[in-house]
Design a protein around this ligand. Structure first.
Ligand code: KG4
Ligand code: ZN
Length: 342
C-alpha cells in the first residue's frame, strides 16, 4: 500500500509517500520533500503562527504535486492520506488537515490523523530497526521533553516531562541571549565545537531530584546572568557559553534517560525529536549507555527534525498494528500522547 503524508504542525511544510506491505510489515520511503520556513521566521526570532499558516497554504499544493511526480504514482495508487493532526500550531495544523481531507474526499481514500510526537517516536524505524517492546523513549523537540515507556504501537506511558521549557526551547532561548539566529539548537551546536565546556558553571536542573522530570527555564536564566556579568561577549565567550549549554542540557538528558531505563528495568533506549540531531548528545548517550549495556536507537539527523516521512511511517505502523484512527476528528493543538490507543 502507498501512504501519502502531510506535516505542517510548525514551520516546516513536508510531504512524503511511504510504500509498505502490512502483512510483512516491510516497506520503504519512495518520495519526500520539505520546504522550511526558517528564513521567513528568522528575522522575528521565532515562529510567527499566522505567517506559518499562510506559508503552508502557499507551498503545500506544489509539494504534493512534486512528490506524486517523484514517486511516479497516480491518485488511484494512493491508499490513504496521513496528516499531522496535533500537537502544534492551530492554524498550521488546520491547513495540513484541510488539504489532506480535500485530497482524500476527491480521491475517495481514507484520512489517517497522526500524532506529531508519535511520528518523532517511530522515526528511527524509517532507516533502521525499532527496538523490541517495551523500550524507553526520550522525545526532545522545540515544544516537548518527555520520557516515555513504550509498551507497543499506540501504548505510551509518560514517565517524565519538563515542568517548564523544553530542551529545544532552552537551546533557542540561550542562542537568542548569545545573539544567534533562530532556530538556536544548530547554531549552538556549531559554535560549541571549539568551546570550553567547563568555563561557565551552568546548573544541571532536576538532576538531584528523585524523579524523571526536567526543568530548563533556570538554565536559560543562568545563561542570561552569566552573559550579563561578562565585560564583553566576544567570540571565545560565545563559543564557551554554547559549549557549556550543550554540556548542561546533554548531561541532564542522558542521566535522566539512563535513570528511566534503570527504574523501568529496560535496556533499550530510543531518542528522537529535533534535539536528537545534536551530535554531542548522540555521542554522550552512546558512550554512557554503552557502559551500562543499554542499546540506543536514533533516527538519522535529517529524520530528527520535522518531516513527513515519519508521519507516513507512523501511519503505516498503526495500520500494521490494526490501530484505530478515530481519536481525532479534525485537529487538536494540545493532543496528549498518553491519550493514544490502538
Ligand atoms: O522536532 P523539531 O524539528 O520541531 C518541533 O516539533 O518542535 O525540533 C525543533 C527543535 C528546535 O528547538 C531546534 O533548536 C532543535 O530542535 N534542534 C537542535 C538541533 N537541531 C534542531 N538542538 C540542538 N542541536 C541540534 N543540532
Ligand atoms: Zn517536531
Amino acid at each position: 500500500m502507498n501512504i501519502l503524508a502531510i506535516e505542517s504542525s510548525c514551520d516546516e511544510t513536508a510531504v512524503a509517500v511511504y510504500q509498505g506491505d502490512i502483512h510483512t510489515g516491510q516497506g520503504s520511503l519512495i518520495a519526500e520533500t520539505i520546504a522550511s520556513q526558517i528564513d521567513t521566521h528568522a528575522r522575528f526570532g521565532g515562529v510567527v503562527p499566522e505567517i506559518a499558516s499562510r506559508e503552508h497554504l502557499r507551498v503545500l499544493p506544489m509539494l504534493v504535486d512534486d512528490v506524486m511526480v517523484n514517486a511516479s504514482l497516480a491518485w488511484g495508487d494512493i491508499d490513504a492520506v496521513a496528516v499531522t493532526s496535533g500537537p502544534g500550531l492551530m492554524g498550521a495544523l488546520l491547513v495540513g488537515s484541510s488539504y489532506a481531507r480535500g485530497l482524500a474526499l476527491a480521491n475517495n481514500i481514507p484520512v489517517l490523523p497522526i500524532h506529531h510526537m508519535e511520528g518523532h517516536l517511530l522515526a528511527p524505524g524509517l532507516d533502521g530497526e525499532l527496538p523490541a517492546f517495551p523500550f524507553i523513549a526520550l522525545l526532545v523537540s522545540g515544544g516537548h521533553t518527555m520520557l516515555i515507556r513504550v509498551n507497543g504501537i499506540g501504548s505510551y506511558k509518560v514517565i517524565g516531562q519538563t515542568l517548564d521549557d523544553a530542551a529545544g526551547e532552552c537551546f533557542d532561548k540561550s542562542a537568542r541571549v548569545l545573539g544567534l539566529p533562530y532556530p538556536g539548537g544548530p547554531e549552538i551546536a556549531k559554535l560549541a565545537v571549539n568551546g570550553d565546556r567547563k568555563r561557565f558553571k551552568l546548573p544541571r536542573p532536576m538532576l538531584q531530584k528523585d524523579n524523571l522530570n526536567f526543568s530548563f527555564s533556570g538554565l536559560k536564566t543562568a545563561v542570561m546572568y552569566a552573559v550579563r556579568d561578562l565585560d564583553v561577549l566576544d567570540d571565545v565567550s560565545r563559543q564557551d557559553m554554547a559549549a557549556g549549554v550543550e554540556a548542561a542540557v546533554g548531561e541532564v538528558l542522558v542521566k535522566k534517560s539512563l535513570k528511566a531505563c534503570e527504574q523501568e528495568d529496560i535496556s533499550r533506549l530510543l531518542i528522537a525529536g529535533g534535539v536528537a540531531a545534536n551530535m554531542y548528545l548522540r555521542e554522550l548517550l552512546n558512550v554512557e549507555a554503552g557502559k551500562r549495556g543499554i542499546s540506543v536507537s536514533l533516527p538519522s539527523p535529517s529524520y530528527c527534525t520535522d518531516n513527513a516521512a515519519m508521519i507516513a511511517y507512523a501511519a503505516f505502523q498503526r495500520l500494521c498494528a490494526k490501530a484505530s484512527f478515530e481519536s481525532v476528528k479534525d485537529v487538536n493543538p494540545r493532543w496528549s500522547l498518553s491519550g493514544l490507543s490502538l
